[in-house]
Design a protein around this ligand. Structure first.
Ligand code: ATP
Ligand code: MG
Length: 220
C-alpha cells in the first residue's frame, strides 16, 4: 500500500541524468516544468562521466559540468549533482540511485525524470528492473518520440503505473507516470551539428553556455 500523508509543504527530489553535451533549453524547460507541476523541493541535474549507450562525448566531463553550472546559476531549485563525474567509469543509473537513496533515507520521494526517447530503451540498462525500487520513474514527452513500448516495457508499466501523479509526491519510490510537457524539439546533437557548420545556436540554450562554447571553441 502507498502512503498518501505528506500533503503540506514541498517534498521529493527529482533527478535528471544526461550527457549534457551541451545542456540546452529542452533539458532546462523540462526541469522547470517538472518542478512547478510536482512541487518537488529540488531538481538535480546529474551529468554522467561516461555514457553507457552512446559514444564518448566530444568535450571533457569538466566542460559539460561547467556548462550545467552556468545554465542553472540563476535558478534556486535547480541543482547539479557531480557524483557520476566523481565516481568515474561507466555511469550506471542504478549505482547513482542506490547512492542517492542512501543519502536521503528511505522515506523521501525520489523521482527519476526520463525523456520518452531514453525510456524506450530502459530495458537495455544495467539492472533496469531494480531502478524502481529506489525511485519513481517520470517519463516526459519529447517531440518525435511516441510511446511505442516493447512488450517487456509495457508489462513493466502495467505493473508499476501510478493511479495518479500524486503518488509520485507521497510514496518514496515504485511508480511510473507519463507527463506531457511543452514540446521543444532541441537536442544536444543538433546544437553540436550547428556549431560544426558555423551556424547560430542562439536561443536554443542559455547565453552563458553559448559564450562558453565560443570561448572554449567546443564542437568545432
Ligand atoms: P544527444 O542529442 O547528444 O543525445 P540529448 O539532447 O538527447 O543529447 P541528453 O543529455 O542525452 O540530451 O538527455 C538527457 C535527458 O534529457 C534524457 O532523459 C532526454 O530524454 C531528456 N531530454 C533531452 N532533450 C529533451 C527535450 N528537448 N525534451 C524533453 N526531454 C529531453
Ligand atoms: Mg539523447
Amino acid at each position: 500500500t502507498i502512503k498518501i500523508d505528506k500533503v503540506a509543504g514541498k517534498s521529493g527530489i527529482a533527478i535528471m541524468g544526461g550527457t549534457f553535451d551541451p545542456i540546452h533549453n529542452g533539458h532546462l524547460r523540462t526541469a522547470v516544468e517538472v518542478l512547478e507541476r510536482y512541487q518537488y523541493s529540488e531538481l538535480r541535474l546529474i551529468p554522467c562521466f561516461q555514457p553507457v549507450h552512446k559514444g564518448r562525448p566530444g568535450v571533457t566531463p569538466q566542460q559539460r559540468l561547467d556548462m550545467v553550472r552556468l545554465a542553472i546559476s540563476s535558478h534556486k531549485n535547480l541543482k547539479v549533482d557531480c557524483r557520476e563525474i566523481k565516481r568515474e567509469g561507466p555511469s550506471y543509473s542504478i549505482d547513482t540511485l542506490r547512492d542517492i537513496r542512501a543519502d536521503i533515507g528511505p522515506d523521501e520521494p525520489l523521482i527519476m525524470v526520463l525523456g520518452m526517447d531514453s525510456f524506450l530503451y530502459l530495458s537495455t540498462w544495467h539492472d533496469w528492473q531494480s531502478l524502481i525500487e529506489y525511485a519513481h520513474i517520470l517519463v516526459v514527452s519529447r517531440p518525435g518520440w511516441e510511446p511505442d513500448l516493447i512488450s517487456e516495457l509495457s508489462a513493466f508499466c502495467e505493473n508499476y503505473r501510478a493511479f495518479s501523479s500524486h503518488e509520485l509526491q507521497c510514496a518514496p519510490s515504485g511508480r511510473v507516470w507519463f507527463e506531457t510537457l511543452t514540446p521543444l524539439d532541441i537536442s544536444s546533437s543538433m546544437i553540436r551539428a550547428l556549431v560544426h557548420k558555423h551556424e547560430s545556436i542562439a536561443y536554443l540554450l542559455p547565453e552563458p553556455v553559448q559564450r562558453y562554447i565560443e570561448q572554449h571553441q567546443l564542437y568545432r
